[in-house]
Design a protein around this ligand. Structure first.
Ligand code: ATP
Length: 445
């Protein structure tokens, strides 16, 4: 069957596009997104009338980046579709670390920004069934829960993936038949990246066992998506009987003990997520299950700042409350140190790849402490009252005393872990590095 018809089937099956939609097509210049653009363009003229726009993000990471941007602009012109582009020098921003993940985050931020600007209700990406197979095999290899094994979804928020059921091979045939040009990203062939290794070495070997590997994985993930929906529904039912507040989530033992062990763990994990913004690992969940099932009451330390507590009638997850006697002021005595504070564990590293604390500051003394009041914040370009900064960042009042801060011997705040990591790393590369390990992440959103 003609590829356009197949893509139309996918669109209908997952309700991806409706007449009148405004669709922003994310085009990298590679074969998948170029084919997607041509198919959507055809569809918009015949089967489903939509307004179509193109977005391209120039990561400025490779020599060919500018050429690719021009190429996408040219396709847009030739099809008479408006093109939105943005350039960002990611190497500069990231210092070369974790570049793939940051590139992805920046790309999605850009796509959502343009979608909002042009009032697009859909953002189409060129992910294919071959990408899905890669993702699933990658997640399986690295270890992941059901969510990882089912891979990405055909639709998530505004993002739609019309090539979800199409293989790369089918895309390439389509382009070849129509003599449609595209650009090749040579970094896709580098064996440095596990994803490429899976695509180039692993998948061809697996296809010797099952030539329709992509289709099989598609079917398997469909089953997993259904199972996931079912689990979600079950968990929702149980959660509706729990009492969830911002600092405590509680459920009666008679309810939680009656459910299947798997649903028990999933429910507890959701309860934890609701008050902490994070999920627990399987080992902790198993320990909680054990605590719930045994006869005695008890407590269990979860991530820093959270406790699981079982009493006679209920199990609860509680955020540990900050109390004045928990206030600390700890001197950092070496360049690398793990420091326990009532609000979490710091990994302090004066010389990490992002930034370095000048020696003279360390010599004079660096402290990790809770706010005492009257502190000033040191920026590369000036000073600001810590209180004012907290207000600007909308840090809830009760957390202002809880958040650990890093100060110099002169009580100048040089770091508030997590709270302004992103901007601070960029602006002040040479000052300080403190990484917060756990327990605080939820406070900065
Ligand atoms: N530079 C870019 N500009 C616009 N869209 C892009 C760009 N790079 C990728 N995309 C879009 O994202 C899709 C997936 O690209 P790719 O597989 O390279 O990214 P990924 O990082 O593996 O995917 P994801 O970002 O969803 O995790 C492409 O088909 C395209 O629609």
């Amino acid at each position: 069957m003609d590829l356009k018809k197949r893509v139309l089937q996918t669109i209908k099956k997952f309700s991806l596009i409706s007449p009148g939609d405004t669709v922003l097509c994310a085009v990298s210049g590679g074969p998948d997104s170029v084919a997607l653009l041509f198919i959507l363009n055809e569809i918009s003229k015949e089967e489903i009338p939509i307004s179509l726009y193109i977005a391209h993000f120039n990561h400025m990471l490779r020599e060919e980046s500018d050429e690719e941007e021009n190429f996408v602009k040219e396709i847009g012109n030739s099809l008479n579709i408006p093109v939105f582009t943005e350039r960002k020098n990611l190497k500069e921003i990231t210092g070369g670390k974790n570049i793939e993940a940051i590139a992805r985050r920046e790309r999605y931020k850009f796509l959502y920004k343009i979608a909002q600007k042009i009032e697009a209700n859909k953002i189409a990406t060129g992910h294919t069934a071959s990408d899905l197979a890669e993702t699933v095999i990658f997640n399986l290899t690295k270890g992941s829960g059901i969510k990882g094994l089912r891979g990405f979804l055909p639709k998530r928020e505004k993002i739609i993936r019309p090539l979800f059921e199409t293989t790369k091979e089918e895309v390439e045939n389509y382009l070849k038949e129509r003599k449609i040009p595209y650009r090749i990203d040579f970094s896709n062939f580098s064996m440095k990246f596990s994803r490429n290794l899976i695509r180039i070495k692993v998948i061809p070997e697996l296809k010797k066992i099952n030539p329709s590997l992509e289709k099989t994985i598609l079917r398997e993930t469909a089953t997993l998506r259904e199972a996931e929906d079912f689990i979600k529904e079950e968990v929702k039912k149980i959660l509706s009987r729990a009492n969830i507040r911002s600092d405590k989530a509680e459920i009666s033992l008679s309810i939680i003990k009656a459910v299947h062990p798997f649903i028990l763990k999933e429910t507890i994990n959701e309860m934890f997520f609701k008050i902490s913004g994070e999920y627990l690992n399987r080992t902790k969940l198993k320990a909680i299950e054990h605590l719930i099932k045994k006869d005695e009451s008890g407590e269990i330390d979860l991530k820093k700042g959270f406790k699981g507590r079982k009493d006679q009638n209920s199990f609860s997850i509680e955020k540990e409350q900050f109390s004045p006697e928990n206030k600390v002021k700890i001197k950092v005595t070496s360049e690398t140190e793990k420091i326990e504070t009532p609000s979490g564990t710091f990994i302090f590293n004066a010389k990490n790849p992002h930034f370095e604390i000048p020696e003279e500051i360390i010599k004079k003394g660096v402290f990790i402490k809770n706010r005492e009041g009257g502190e000033w914040l040191q920026f590369p370009y000036g000073r600001k009252k810590l209180k004012k900064f907290f207000i600007e960042k909308k840090v809830p009042v009760k957390l202002r005393d809880f958040l650990p801060i890093v100060v110099t011997a002169d009580n100048e705040v040089i770091w508030i872990p997590e709270l302004f990591k992103k901007t601070y790393i960029k602006e002040n590369q040479n000052i300080i590095g403190v990484r917060f390990e756990s327990g605080i992440k939820n406070f900065d959103n």
